[in-house]
Design a protein around this ligand. Sequence first.
Ligand code: DGL
Length: 268
Amino acid sequence: MSNSLPIGVFDSGLGGLTVVKALKDLMPNENIIYFGDTAHIPYGTKSTETVTHYSKQITGFLSDKNVKLIVVACNTASALALPAIKQTFDIPMIGVIEPGAEAAVHATKSGVIGVIGTISTISSGAYSSRIRNLNSNLITSGQACPLFVPLAEEGWTTGDVPRMIAETYLNYFNSNNVDTVILGCTHYPLLKKTIQSVLNPGVQLIDSSEAVSEAVAKLLHDKDNEANREKDGTLTCYVTDMPQKFEELGRRFLGEALLDVSLVHLDW
Ligand code: DGL
């Protein structure tokens, strides 16, 4: 497989751009094709069947673009659909659950790990079962935080309202010896400061986007498949609805302007 081929990344919408940012920081020479399924967001309240169907369609689209690797930059799709899409497509794929779980297992000292994510991710138990497979002595505590997604989309990430919501969701962790919390949703890194401020001092936040980008770098290195160009890689984005809104809000997630965004219609 040619190492000049792009990396494919997909998410239900904008949130996966936090993963793109981490990939670009670590591997600035890689070309990236990003797919945001903005017509179907949120995935976090949908069934396994629906999320798997959307994820397969998107994987087919990225595979037609000849990507060398696919990053499922959506916790919900990673939790509900990754095993099924891995069986259907013959492309290397990495989801966010495994790298995030591994990082948390290494980080915890108290042995109690908090996991926050969408309703579907938390009820799938994907993080907890991966953590228990790695170390059956660890205890996990899951908390769905559905209001964090619209807060991040609105750019409402600090101040009284986000703090009170975060306190309500996360208070339980403070009285239950949780010393490590996995940000198990692509939107949550934008609320890092607020989340950190309501947790006991010293609690470590695990940002899945950083963990997954390290896993991608390692995989490409092991396969001797890294881009070997000197110049910066490109970022091409496809969305299924509202490309202008994606461009406007995307800057917040990526930390820079999105220059190449196209609307695409898949045969859902
Ligand atoms: N991208 C989703 C995730 O990481 C959050 C947004 C959604 O519900 O689709 O779980």
